[in-house]
Design a protein around this ligand. Structure first.
Ligand SMILES: Nc1nc2c(ncn2[C@@H]2O[C@H](COP(=O)(O)OP(=O)(O)OP(=O)(O)O)[C@@H](O)[C@H]2O)c(=O)[nH]1
Ligand SMILES: [Mg+2]
Length: 443
């Protein structure tokens, strides 16, 4: 528990709204409230709503008519005494109430400090804390679902059986070593440990595979549109975005800068980048554009190679060769001029791109698995899971090399530590600051 009481406006302060919420958490929440709130009943219990007025204690002037929600420790979001003042949503009134709370003993909360307290007071684990922020920033159904799954504790449920098993295994080995005479549990053999480690390795692999899908669902896919000049790349970008974003013209070399946009398809979000047509050219500006195209290509997670089906030549073949190693879709554009049965045909300038959209949706369909199963949802969690897996691999190697069990446990203990760290049990203070500083104030 913390000694100071924090306060923040939890709703948006960008513009006036119907209602705003000012939130207090800490030992003196109710003392602060008492100084500025006049109500028929000031015997505040938890889980109640009190009607009354915020009054400036210096001037005795009424500031607003409000409803106050009360929560008593430990039954609150943060685990501390909490008060939520629902005031009218004018910016002046809201800020005035905040100021009154500050002058009556509360301190302005830092970003994410309410959630950090909830975590440090043991109300939620670190994956749930991260999920709160994910839910706040989620801008589509899938992201919200992913966040909601983690918020309801799915990652703990996913990891806990393995954490328990790893812990038991380590304990068993240690009891055998420290108290060889104490054999109620029997002696665990290297062979038994090996089969356990092999099972955890399989589970870890599975967890990491699903995590990759969840990252695709959450972050989207960096998609680069390439092709020689004039094939219709910018027309395709515009058709995908359903917006006139990039300049289209019949002059080869129209696009020089990268043009970006984002589109949400059924199964995936694409971060699209339209590039300068790749060709040999004397123009120094166009050369810069082409260099940018190639840089974008190098970072692409998906490449759409556009061909003009009425004009395919060596330049196209060269680009097809260059992009062979990529996760790539080749489309034949201008199918209205030159119909072809080959490959994926589109007519970008006529907004006829359904074949391409179907292929992309199919390509990412299995990523939806992350929405129906518990999944790790960010790089922090995934990199710890990878480290846990690495430690398991090292312990398996040691077992294969017939290293004695008392040494093998070191690797297994490392795996245990990494798994626990995903849930924030073992975390360091600076790591926490990094995570919570990305939150908004009042959360
Ligand atoms: N008939 C037909 N014309 C198209 C189609 N798509 C694009 N075009 C035309 O092809 C020309 C080039 O289109 P852009 O979209 O600017 O091509 P680009 O690949 O971005 O060209 P650069 O930026 O110069 O590399 C324009 O005149 C478009 O109207 C199509 O599906 N059918
Ligand atoms: Mg273009």
């Amino acid at each position: 528990m913390f000694n100071d009481t924090i306060v923040a406006i939890s709703t948006s302060t960008l513009s006036a709204a119907a209602i705003n919420v000012i939130r207090l958490s800490g030992n003196s929440s109710f003392d602060v409230l008492d100084k500025i709130f006049v109500s028929k009943d000031n015997n505040y219990e938890g889980y109640r709503i009190y009607y009354g007025f915020i009054v400036d204690p210096e001037t005795n002037e009424k500031v607003d008519e409000v409803l106050v929600n009360t929560f008593r420790s430990p039954k609150s979001f943060t685990g501390e005494d909490m008060v939520e003042i629902n005031c009218h949503g004018g910016l002046y009134v809201t800020r005035k109430i905040l100021t009154l709370c500050l002058s009556c003993g509360a301190r302005q909360a830092l970003n994410g400090e309410f959630t950090k307290r909830a975590f440090l007071n043991g109300k939620i684990d670190l994956t749930q804390a991260e999920a709160i922020n994910d839910l706040i920033v989620a801008d589509n159904k899938d992201n919200a679902k992913l966040a909601m799954n983690s918020l309801s504790g799915s990652i703990r449920k996913l990891l806990e059986p393995m954490i328990d098993a790893v812990e038991q295994c380590v304990a068993h080995i240690e009891v055998n070593i420290d108290y060889p005479e104490y054999d109620d549990n029997g002696i665990i053999t290297a062979k038994e440990v090996k089969s356990l480690v092999e099972r955890w390795l399989k589970e870890s692999e599975n967890i990491l595979n699903i995590a990759e899908s969840s990252i695709v669902v959450k972050e989207g896919v960096k998609t680069v549109i390439v092709g020689k000049p004039n094939v219709g790349k910018s027309s395709l970008l515009n058709a995908l975005l359903d917006q006139d974003k990039a300049i289209v013209s019949d002059i080869a070399g129209t696009t020089r800068d990268l043009v970006e946009g984002e589109v949400r398809l059924n199964n995936v979000t694409l971060h699209l980048i339209d590039t300068a047509g790749i060709r040999e050219t004397e123009s120094s500006i166009e050369q810069i554009g082409i260099r940018k195209s190639k840089e974008a290509l190098a970072q692409a997670q998906l490449v759409i190679v556009v061909l003009d089906s009425s004009d395919i030549d060596d330049e196209d073949h060269q680009l097809l060769e260059e992009t062979e190693g990529y996760n790539r879709i080749v489309v034949y554009n201008k199918s209205d001029i030159q119909p072809t049965d080959e490959g994926i045909t589109i007519s970008a300038s006529n907004n006829d791109i359904s074949q391409l959209i179907d292929v992309i949706n199919e390509m990412f369909e299995e990523n939806k698995i992350a929405l129906t199963q518990p999944a790790l949802t960010n790089e922090r969690q995934i990199s710890l899971m990878r480290k846990a897996k690495q430690s398991m691999e090292q312990s398996l190697q040691a077992l294969n090399d017939e290293v004695p069990l008392d040494l093998v446990t070191e690797d297994i203990q490392n795996a245990y530590r990494y798994l626990k760290e995903i849930l924030g049990e073992y975390s360091r203070e600076d790591l926490l600051d990094g995570i919570f500083s990305r939150f908004c104030v009042g959360k």
